[in-house]
Write a protein that binds this ligand. Structure first.
Ligand SMILES: Nc1nc2c(c(=O)[nH]1)N[C@H]1C(S)=C(S)[C@@H](COP(=O)(O)O)O[C@H]1N2
Ligand SMILES: [Mo]
Length: 178
């Protein structure tokens, strides 16, 4: 133990300290990357006839359930992203599974933004609840984990501008059928 004191010991503990520091940096980068990629999850409540919770109030989709739904893609630019291919289930399929009977869907997000769209948007635009962009899962900082995508480039008159932009809801966590 006495060999560790003195200048050699100083070097040894400096290297040990550096190693510990690098391990901490690697660990925090890993933790950050995982926090950025939240597992997919979506809660649907309101006017629905199918539920899967104990209270018979909501239908909760897990990541596995969302990934098992038929994947549809929309290729479009948005106000925030260059022309890209967004992929995920159709909002129409999600509404069908929960037996939705309302005429509007109130969308709630992780950042507490709320916006209501008419159910008729599903038929008109084939709205996709996207979990990936160009094959990469959406991180929270990239509008993930779920981003409502409309075919803006195919309907520029209807979907470009402020009214259209507000439909592009990101960080979705829940839907309430009204
Ligand atoms: N999750 C989430 N999605 C959102 C918003 C938001 O604050 N949070 N703002 C909406 C509105 S009202 C508009 S006009 C656009 C533009 O948001 P921005 O001006 O912050 O870019 O994004 C829409 N989607
Ligand atoms: Mo807006």
């Amino acid at each position: 133990m006495t060999k560790l004191s003195g200048s050699k010991g100083g070097n040894w503990s400096a290297w040990w300290g550096l190693g510990l520091l690098l391990a901490c940096v690697a660990w925090s980068m890993q933790a950050q990357a995982q926090a950025e990629l939240l597992p997919l999850s979506l809660d649907v409540t309101g006017k629905i006839s199918k539920t899967n919770d104990a209270a018979h109030k909501s239908y909760h989709f897990t990541e596995a359930q969302l990934l098992a739904l038929p994947a549809h893609s929309i290729t479009t630019a948005t106000t925030w992203t260059p022309r890209s291919t967004f992929t995920g289930p159709l909002l129409a399929d999600i509404l069908k599974i929960v037996g939705a009977s309302g005429s509007a869907v109130e969308i709630h997000t992780l950042d507490d933004y709320t916006y209501t769209i008419p159910v008729s948007d599903c038929a008109r635009y084939g709205v996709v609840v996207a979990y990936s962009m160009n094959g990469q899962r959406l991180k929270i900082s990239d509008f993930g984990p779920l981003f409502l995508i409309y075919p803006r480039d195919a309907f520029p008159d209807e979907l470009m501008g402020a009214a259209g932009d507000s439909k592009f809801v990101w960080q979705i966590k829940a839907l309430i059928v009204k």
